[in-house]
Design a protein around this ligand. Sequence first.
Ligand code: GLU
Length: 294
Amino acid sequence: MNFRTRFAPSPTGPLHLGHAFSAMLAHDLAASNGGKFLLRIEDIDRSRSRAHWEDQIYDDLHWLGLQWPEPVLRQSDRLAAYDKVLDDLWARGLLYPCTCNRKDIAAAASAPQEGAPLHGPDGIIYPGTCRNRHDRTIERPKGVPLRLDMTAAGRALLETDQSNATVGTFQEAGAGPDGETGTIEFTLDEIINTIGDVVLSRRDMGTSYHLSVVLDDAAQDITHVVRGQDLFEATRIHVVLQALLDLPTPQYIHHRLIRDDAGKRLAKRDDAQAISKYRAEGATPEDIRAIVGL
Ligand code: GLU
C-alpha cells in the first residue's frame, strides 16, 4: 500500500519536544507500513521565518535519526501554484476581499445583537461585514486579504439546498481533543456557525496556512496526515477545500499534545523544551523518545 506521511514545521523557532514527538510518530508510522516519510518547510510567513531555524530543523531531525527524500518541499517555492488556485476559486465566485482589521472584527462580532463573539479555529468567527460589499465579477484584486464564502462553498458542494445536510467527511485514525475518532461528518450549518468565512489569502503572504497545507498535502501525495490535536478543528476547512478543488482527502491521525510540567502546551518561544537544549545537555535520541512516550 502507498503510505506517505509528512512533518511540516514552520522555521520560526526551535523545534521542541512536541515537534520531535510528531515527527517521530509520522516517521515510525511510515516505516512500519512500508511507506515514506516526507518533510515540508512551511515558510509562507516571511516575516517570522529564518534560514537558521530551517537549518536547525534539518540538523535536529537528522540527530533524531529521521530520514526523508530530497529535495524538501518549501512553501515559499510554491507561491505561483497557490496563486493559480486562488484565481480559480475567485472565478467561481467563492472568494471576496476583506478590508476589516482585527479591531473591526472584534467590534462587529461583539455588537449587542450578536451576543458573545464565537471563536473558531482562526479566532473570532468573521461576522461577514465585507461579504456582500464587493463585486465578485471583476478581476481578482491583489494585495488584499481574500476570504472563502463558506455558505457559497457549501452550496457548491451540496446537491440539496438543505444546509443541515452533510457537506464533508473524513477518517480520523487518531483522536480530536474530545476523543472524536473514526468517521467524522459535518454539515454546512456546522461549518457556517463554527468556522465561518476564513481567510485563504493573507495580505502579507498571498496565501494562508489552510490553502497551502491542502495543496501541498495533495502535491506530496500524503495519504496519512499526522499532526497535533490543536489542528483537529481546522481539518474541516481542509476537507471543504479538498472537495472544492477535487483533491483526495487523506486520513488524519491527530495526536496528543506534549505539555510542560505545568500542563501547558509547548510553544516555540519556550526554549526550555527545545531539542537543541536536550542535545547540549548530552541527551540521546532514545532519551527523547522516552520523554515523549514513544
Ligand atoms: N506548520 C504547522 C505547524 O508548524 C503544521 C501544519 C500541519 O501539520 O498541518 O504548526
